[in-house]
Design a protein around this ligand. Structure first.
Ligand code: DX5
Ligand code: ZN
Length: 220
């Protein structure tokens, strides 16, 4: 299995964002995870398409945009134009989930659905075959640096089974509280893509941290 590591800019130094994404790219990241919060769907406020477009020229890696906003649809064309490769959204934040997935694809991006720790997997019943990515939250969305919620592990395994049964290349990403210490356990449950904010940006040596994560993944 190919594993991907996606540093979340939420824990980066926002005053030096271009430099920070270049640093994690040269430290061996596979994706840049871009957290968008609106102080409405989640109780925090981050950045929008302008900042995404400003970062784009700094990094060749795919931009993995995680929308924690309500409503969702209005922002999709803006993020596609701003250079997003993947756009993921929470089904509870969209009035018409199937329409939002189609809108992301019409705008030339890969589509992801994000499930909170308490969101049921039934959201995947009529959507999985249209998705490129499932993102399972292992914290409640809104803040970096929170504790990993272990009850997501059986959900990861269940989604892995559903993806394998479908036989399509759908990425299974986990977001929240991922560290060098637990990344292998999350991989063993079935995840292939790992968001890590504070674990990477809070460390002194980004390359060493990403390397340690890869070492843990290499023995899964
Ligand atoms: C939380 C965000 C996460 C966050 C993860 O709402 O979606 O991407 O940055 O941060 P850590 O890795 O510190 O839990
Ligand atoms: Zn995120």
């Amino acid at each position: 299995m190919a594993f991907r590591i996606a540093p979340s800019i939420l824990s980066a130094d926002f005053a030096r964002l271009g430099e920070e994404v270049r640093a994690v790219a040269s430290a061996g990241a596979d994706l840049i995870h871009f957290d968008v919060m609106d102080n409405h769907y989640v109780p925090n406020l981050t950045v929008g398409p302008l900042v995404c477009a400003a970062l784009k020229p700094h990094v060749k890696l795919p931009l993995d945009v995680h929308l924690m906003v309500r409503p969702v649809d209005r922002l999709i064309p803006d993020f596609a134009r701003a250079g997003a490769s993947i756009i993921s959204f929470h089904p509870e934040a969209s009035e018409h989930v199937d329409r939002t997935i189609a809108l992301i694809k019409e705008n030339g991006c890969k589509a992801g659905l994000v499930l909170n720790p308490a969101s049921p997997l039934s959201f995947l019943d009529h959507t999985l075959d249209k998705l490129d990515l499932v993102l399972l939250m292992s914290v409640n969305p809104g803040f970096g640096g929170q504790q990993f919620i272990r009850s997501v592990l059986p959900k990861v395994s269940e989604v892995r089974k559903r993806i394998d049964k479908l036989g399509r290349d759908i990425w299974l990403e986990v977001d929240g509280g991922i560290k060098t210490e637990n990344i292998a356990e999350v991989a063993r449950a079935g995840a292939d893509t790992f968001v890590a904010g504070s674990a990477i940006f809070g460390s002194k040596d980004y390359a060493a941290t990403i390397q340690q994560m890869r070492e843990k993944l290499s023995v899964v």
